[in-house]
Ligand binder design. Structure first.
Ligand code: SF4
Length: 209
């Protein structure tokens, strides 16, 4: 059955509006461009902690550039409800241990599913510890990422860490398009690869040789 995750999200938003509450959301962020629309949209209804945890990114300079951009974006944007920022630990060795044996799997396959889980799991764990009302990730804004899988993982982690997962498919309602406009407005650095060494253009070109 195809689930419309955008509709599911809208139901949750309507319910909190009906109750006149502003829930606390722990939001895993993959990068500034993807976060731009998500923050513009969700900060109207939630108070948000942006959690930057991406041990998949290689090399370190690229990681640092992306952190710098998300910090700058949060400083520049105006929000209805408060948005703050937390940086997770950059531990690429954990990513390589997770990806072992899956290095040659094409983008969008099992390595990526585990990569989503790894990052979302840390978000769910901290959201549970911090007593947040919800956790979620910006990852579903990308047309290259499997939104159904991301929501499935979110549901599993919600059970384990006892914190509700906020369903999403942020590319809907022109979310992806709006993220491109906002990236332009803020002059954001837009990377040309997903993040890990296996997704870098040099690696892909080598595969074709
Ligand atoms: S291609 Fe992207 S999602 Fe897949 S493993 Fe690499 S960084 Fe993670």
């Amino acid at each position: 059955m195809n689930i419309n995750y955008q509709k599911e999200l809208e139901k949750i938003i309507s319910e909190s509006q009906r109750r006149e509450t502003v829930p606390r959301l722990f939001l895993h962020s993959c990068c500034a461009p993807c976060s731009s629309y998500v923050l513009e949209y969700l900060s109207r209804f939630f108070s948000i902690t942006v959690f930057y945890y991406n041990p998949n990114i290689s090399p370190r300079e690229e990681y640092e550039k992306r952190v710098q951009e998300i910090r700058r974006l949060i400083d520049e944007m105006e929000f209805v409800h408060p948005v703050d920022f937390v940086e997770g630990e950059y531990c690429p060795q954990d990513f390589y241990a997770m990806a072992k044996g899956l290095e040659d799997i094409p983008e969008g396959g099992e390595r990526c599913f585990r990569c989503y889980r790894m990052r979302m799991e840390e978000a769910a764990r901290l959201a549970g510890e911090g007593g947040y009302d919800y956790f979620t990730t910006t990852l579903t804004i990308s047309p290259l990422k499997n939104a159904a899988k991301i929501n499935e993982i979110g549901g599993e982690l919600a059970e384990i860490y006892r914190v509700p997962h906020l369903p999403s498919d942020f590319k809907k309602k022109n979310g992806y398009k709006r993220s491109i406009e906002l990236s332009r407005e803020h002059g954001l650095y837009r990377q040309n690869y997903c993040g890990c060494v296996f997704s870098r253009p040099e690696e892909k070109n080598n595969e074709k040789k």
